[in-house]
Design a protein around this ligand. Structure first.
Ligand code: SF4
Length: 226
């Protein structure tokens, strides 16, 4: 397993962006909607999460005070498409309780707090893991925090970035130790990895049409023969 440097990682990203175009994440009208979307997107396809976001919008609930007043019993049936909807309704209420008390329901106030403080406080909320919290930090608050997920693990172990049992923190450090803290880069890099994992680097990978199979500067150590 060779060590990847900054230039390798930029080259890898550029190859994906050139092949698939900018991904334009996060598809939401407001930062608050991005936060709710990040909670709803846990362990479900984006399609299911998006349907749930739309249902909350159509019910005129996409506002922190209004959503909190509506309560868990109203939210849960509306977000059924996001799976585990009772759990997710509870998580939304947990977040809103913290958000209203700590930030007065104001995303810009939340963004003005130190990143480490917000990260720690959100991780202390019941049901909030690092992927959801870091998605909120990067995509809603525009903080330079790299998001990793199951696709990152699969692609990273195949490319030779880290072992397939690397922890969340180890995977995140791999990127953050090599890439400068650049929000637009972190935004699209994670989105490109999700696209690659979803479309090409599947359980049975489609290596023959993969743009990062062999870029000249980097080569996938797992790539299947043509
Ligand atoms: S070459 Fe194959 S294994 Fe490597 S990243 Fe592409 S699809 Fe995945």
């Amino acid at each position: 397993m060779r060590d990847w440097n900054t230039a390798d990682l930029i080259h890898f990203y550029t190859a994906l962006r050139d092949a698939h175009g900018l991904q334009h994440w996060w598809p939401a009208d407001t930062a608050f909607e991005t936060i709710i979307g990040a909670i709803l997107a846990q362990n479900v396809s984006w399609r299911g999460a998006r349907q749930a976001v739309c249902a909350l919008q159509e019910a005129d609930l996409m506002d922190a005070d209004i959503l909190y007043q509506a309560g868990q019993d109203t939210i849960a049936p509306l977000i059924r498409s996001s799976r585990y909807y009772n759990q997710k309704a509870r998580k939304i209420m947990t977040f809103l309780s913290w958000f209203l008390e700590t930030c007065d329901g104001d995303v810009s106030r939340m963004a003005s707090l130190p990143t480490d403080q917000v990260r720690e406080e959100l991780l202390n909320l019941s049901g909030f893991g690092p992927e959801t919290v870091d998605s909120i930090l990067l995509y809603a608050l525009e903080k330079p925090v790299f998001v990793v997920d199951a696709y990152t693990r699969r692609i990273g172990s195949r490319q030779g970035w880290f072992e397939d049992d690397a922890s969340y923190d180890q995977m995140q450090e791999f990127f953050m130790n090599r890439l400068s803290p650049d929000v637009p880069l972190y935004n699209d890099y994670h989105a490109q990895i999700v696209y690659l994992g979803n479309k090409l680097c599947k359980k049975t990978p489609l290596c023959s049409i993969c743009p990062v199979r062999d870029t000249g500067s980097t080569r996938c150590q797992y790539a299947r023969p043509e």
